[in-house]
Design a protein around this ligand. Structure first.
Ligand code: FES
Length: 114
């Protein structure tokens, strides 16, 4: 696992971008953190959100990715992948996780320490 420091976060290499299917996701379990859903849009933008729908906690990683949004598989709330906000008329927010892609590798920005 490759890590480097950036302010108070640690960038953690989780996989190659091609390990995430377009319009799909991958779930990352990292010690001390809630499961994180990492999404790849059709334009190859990669997003990361805590894998918990702001409605009733459904697994967003099992949802339908379209554009830069995901529709929850349980009750069809749509959540913006860019900021984690539920789209109107629904109201709620899921925590976004910093993510970057470098040289074909996907990194999550996770709190350092421990
Ligand atoms: S739990 Fe996601 S829409 Fe209800």
């Amino acid at each position: 696992m490759n890590t480097s420091s950036l302010q108070q976060s640690v960038w953690v290499s989780i996989c190659g971008i091609d390990d995430i299917p377009r319009l799909g996701s991958r779930v990352v379990h990292h010690q001390g953190h809630a499961p994180i859903a990492v999404f790849r849009a059709s334009d190859d933008h990669v997003f990361a959100l805590v894998d918990r729908c702001p409605h009733q906690g459904g697994p967003l990683s099992a949802g339908l990715v379209h554009g830069h949004a995901v529709t929850c598989p349980l009750h069809s709330w749509t959540v913006c992948l860019e900021d984690g906000q539920a789209q109107a008329p629904d109201v709620g927010c899921v925590r976004k996780v910093d993510v970057k892609v470098e040289a074909g590798r996907v990194f999550l920005g996770l709190p350092g320490g421990s």
